[in-house]
Write a protein that binds this ligand. Structure first.
Ligand SMILES: Cc1ncc(COP(=O)(O)O)c(C=O)c1O
Length: 428
């Protein structure tokens, strides 16, 4: 083994479901092929980026042409500007700064919010994951909850001393925090729809409420659309709420889809705030490969092909899949709840009431997921190896891919039904 735990990102490990991760060798459309030649319908989509499916011909063509022109210049180049224009066209942001990962985007957005407001306190929600930023790992979702990591070793207490963790969808909690700490809060950072504790959508008007209360107290709202951006609608989650209700977050973070499978991410927002970034302003933020021409070319090609027809295919495939899963689980007698925002969804096991926060997500019967996951894997369907992750469909999930899933589901649902709760004293 050459990497800690055998992986370069903890969510890829099979710790929560048992076994060893599958090494993938190639991908095309909705399908992945492992190093032994086995084929799987992919419902992970590289954890979100592969909106159009793997190896989309237009993305490959654009990237191949870009590579032949050189891979990095360390100067401004056209693709990063065109990608920024595409992002601005789709979203509420006025200026964009490119970075290479979602973690960098949220870290930089928080720094900027603190600088702009001259305040230190950051409010986040339990179960939301914003990358492995020191100050934002407290009570985080994604791999942090999957692996049951209790605290954040390596993060000095003083770094999280200014992080306030509240319950997602809890307006009263947010109001109380502002009543108590209002003049110290720099920003509220929230997943635009929580996707890292399973899929927990914001309650009706919750994001608008966050926008209003932050504005009233001179704080900023950072909407983290790293996962939802350009996926749940062409404008991300904001397309479902802010654009309809008539409000804008102050700062927004993006990643995943906008890189088309390459390391590209961004943060953007109000021009007066973004103009505080160096070299226009005093807030330092930089990156050797930020706005890399290959990564931004891939992202641009992806977004240009993420048109109305692609979102329609994606939405239809997601709805069919949700129905198929619900039918199979119900037929097998597995109590469950499927929650979605746009085409992003997840299954909560042993739960029949709406899951609105982290406590609700953690109350599920995660032990039913491991046998389900392995039965699906054995039948050629690659799911996230954790019950706390969203399932990612692509616009390439066609009839053939959905049929493979439909064939696999009954046996997997039976395996989930037969699962036995592990002894809480057990060693797992
Ligand atoms: C909502 C959200 N924010 C931030 C991140 C961090 O992005 P990255 O893994 O590119 O650093 C993620 C990653 O899953 C995410 O889902």
């Amino acid at each position: 083994m050459v990497a800690p735990g055998g992986v370069n990102s903890p969510v890829r490990a099979f710790r929560a479901v048992g076994g060893s991760p599958v090494f993938m060798a190639s991908g095309r459309g909705a399908w992945l092929t492992d190093v032994d030649g086995n084929q799987y319908v992919d419902l992970v989509g590289s954890w979100g980026p592969m909106l159009l499916g793997h190896a989309h011909p237009a993305v490959l063509e654009a990237v191949t042409a870009a590579v032949s022109r050189g891979t990095s210049f360390g100067t401004p180049s056209a693709p990063e500007v065109e990608l920024a224009e595409e992002i601005i066209d789709r979203t509420p942001v006025e200026l964009v700064r490119m970075v290479s990962s979602g973690t960098e985007a949220t870290m930089s957005a928080v720094r900027l919010a603190r600088a702009f407001t001259g305040r230190d306190t950051v409010v986040k929600f339990a179960g939301c994951y914003h990358g492995h930023v020191d100050a934002l790992l407290a009570e985080a979702g994604s791999g942090v909850v999957t692996l049951g990591i209790p605290g954040t070793p390596g993060v000095p207490a003083h770094v999280t001393a200014d992080t306030v963790v509240l319950d997602y969808n809890d307006r009263a909690g947010v109001e109380a925090a502002f009543d108590q700490l209002g003049d110290r809060i720099a920003c509220v950072i929230t997943e635009a729809a929580a996707g890292n504790m399973g899929l927990v959508p914001p309650g009706p008007g919750f994001n608008q409420f966050l926008s209003e209360i932050t504005t009233r107290h001179g704080a900023l709202l950072i909407s983290d659309e790293v996962m939802t951006g350009f996926r749940v609608t062409r404008s991300g989650q904001w397309g479902l709420d802010g654009a309809v209700e008539g409000w804008r977050p102050d700062l927004v973070t993006y990643g995943k889809v906008m890189g088309g499978g390459f390391p590209a991410a961004a943060f953007g927002g109000r021009a007066d705030i973004m103009s505080q970034l160096a070299p226009a302003g005093p807030v330092y933020q930089a990156g050797t490969l930020s706005g890399n021409p290959i990564a931004t070319t891939a992202g641009l090609a992806t977004l240009r092909h993420a048109d109305a027809a692609a979102y329609e295919r994606l939405g239809a495939a997601s709805i069919r899949l949700q129905h198929m899963v619900a039918e199979s689980l119900s037929a097998a007698g597995v109590v469950h709840r499927i929650q979605h925002s746009g085409s992003m969804f997840s299954v909560f096991w042993g739960v029949d009431q709406p899951v609105v926060d982290f406590a609700g997500a953690q109350a599920q019967e995660t032990w039913r997921y491991a046998p389900f996951f392995h039965a699906m894997l054995d039948a050629g369907v690659y799911l996230p190896p954790s019950a706390f992750e969203s399932w990612f469909v692509s616009a390439a999930h066609d009839e053939e891919a959905l049929s493979r899933i439909a064939e696999a589901l009954p046996h997997a649902a039976a395996a989930a039904a037969a699962a036995e709760q592990p002894d809480p004293q057990g060693s797992r």
